[in-house]
Design a protein around this ligand. Structure first.
Ligand SMILES: Nc1nc2c(ncn2[C@@H]2O[C@H](COP(=O)(O)OP(=O)(O)OP(=O)(O)O)[C@@H](O)[C@H]2O)c(=O)[nH]1
Ligand SMILES: [Mg+2]
Ligand SMILES: [Zn+2]
Length: 345
């Protein structure tokens, strides 16, 4: 978008808004002193907005909670200790239980943006239109490997495929994942294809859906959980891409398949992003996250081979022979370059 100069009137309005927010921040009530707070109890973070979180109590009620300053950022899936505050349905989070897993991505100015905590399964959602992005899939797979979490690839919007030929093109892109035994699940919220399998797959797990904006993550969750009405987005006419409808990660309970239990597993909806980056790591660590490279590792001429410009490289030969997919090789090289520009954490 072309840069526009703000008119004097617009500038004044922006200044007024900033001032209003600052006044709101300063005048928001301080945390009550301890005597007014209820008993300490455990809770589950449903979502976080700014400096507050929505916490679900053990009895299933929701409380808007402030967070003790030293705790840092919380995210959907966090287990916390909290106390009720005097105002109805408010509270204060006083500590966070150690996270089993946290999925995050680099944000602005070197900060980390949390996506979800305590998950045990990642659903990478990719739409057949505008297209499957192997590069993004590979980045999420590296993150899943870093966390030692299983991942599946949900190929959404298969109702938009017009015939066998369309599917053949997609199947070719997905070939490397099938060869690595990664579960591929074609789905559609229009024809309901694959939804039963997906639901069965996630039963009893704490899952997160990740993927580009407009992939249909929120739509899938609406389709999987009856009576849920999460806002879903429109797609840009020009590009067919989504418009970043979901802005915060939000946790939903999966209704139980067993009527004696209220729910069976949780599913976190996350905001679509343009490009995901796993945590930077060393060359050898990255190699270990590419299982399709493993038969060829240790066979290059140089033992610190980056498989890019070096002669007699076994990985490059395998790519030339068609034994390693070009897309996998390219995503590996892109990650190496990204990691070089951004040192290890
Ligand atoms: N044809 C078709 N359209 C779908 C399907 N699933 C979702 N859509 C449409 O895709 C658009 C985007 O869906 P969302 O569910 O908002 O996508 P999202 O991944 O949550 O996007 P963000 O929240 O921006 O990350 C909406 O217009 C949906 O109606 C599907 O299976 N088939
Ligand atoms: Mg969404
Ligand atoms: Zn090499």
């Amino acid at each position: 978008m072309a840069k526009r100069k703000l008119t004097q009137q617009q500038k004044r309005r922006v200044d007024e808004q900033i001032q209003k927010r600052t006044v709101e921040k300063i005048s928001s009530p301080p945390l009550s002193n301890n005597t007014q707070l209820g008993e300490e109890q455990t809770g589950l973070v449903i979502t976080s907005f700014g400096k507050r979180v929505l916490v679900e109590s053990e009895t299933g009620e929701h409380y808007r909670c402030a967070i003790r300053q030293h705790l840092g950022k919380l995210v959907a899936g966090d287990q916390v200790i909290w106390q009720t505050d005097i105002e109805e349905h408010t509270g204060v989070v006083i500590s966070v239980l150690p996270r089993k897993h946290e999925l995050s991505r680099p944000g602005f100015r070197g900060q980390t943006r949390m996506i979800a905590a305590n998950i045990d399964f990642i659903g990478i959602v990719m739409p057949v239109l505008p297209g499957i992005h192997p590069d993004m899939i590979d980045r999420y797979l590296v993150a899943a490997n870093q966390l030692d979490l299983p991942a599946i690839i949900v190929i959404n919007k298969v109702d938009l495929l017009s015939g066998e030929e369309d599917w053949e093109d997609i199947a070719a892109l997905l070939e490397p994942y099938a060869a690595m035994d990664i579960e591929l699940l074609p789905a559609s919220t229009v024809s309901n294809a694959g939804l039963e399998d997906l639901r069965a797959f996630m039963d009893g797990k704490n899952s997160v859906f990740v993927g580009p904006s407009g992939a249909g993550k929120s739509s899938l969750i609406n389709a999987l959980i009856p009576d849920l009405h999460i806002r879903v987005g429109t797609l840009s006419d020009a590009t067919g891409l989504g418009k970043h409808t979901t802005t915060n990660s939000i946790l939903y309970h999966l209704p139980s398949l067993d009527p004696s239990k209220p729910y069976s597993g949780n599913l976190i909806d996350s905001p679509g992003i343009r490009q995901f980056s796993p945590t930077p790591c060393s060359l050898s660590e990255l190699e270990s996250y590419y299982p399709d490279f493993s038969p060829y590792l240790g066979q290059c001429k140089y033992n610190n081979c980056t498989h890019s410009i070096e002669p007699h490289c076994a990985i490059k030969s395998a790519v030339e022979e068609g034994d390693i997919a070009v897309s996998r090789y390219q995503s590996f090289q892109r990650l190496l370059t990204d990691f070089k520009n951004e040192p290890e954490h």
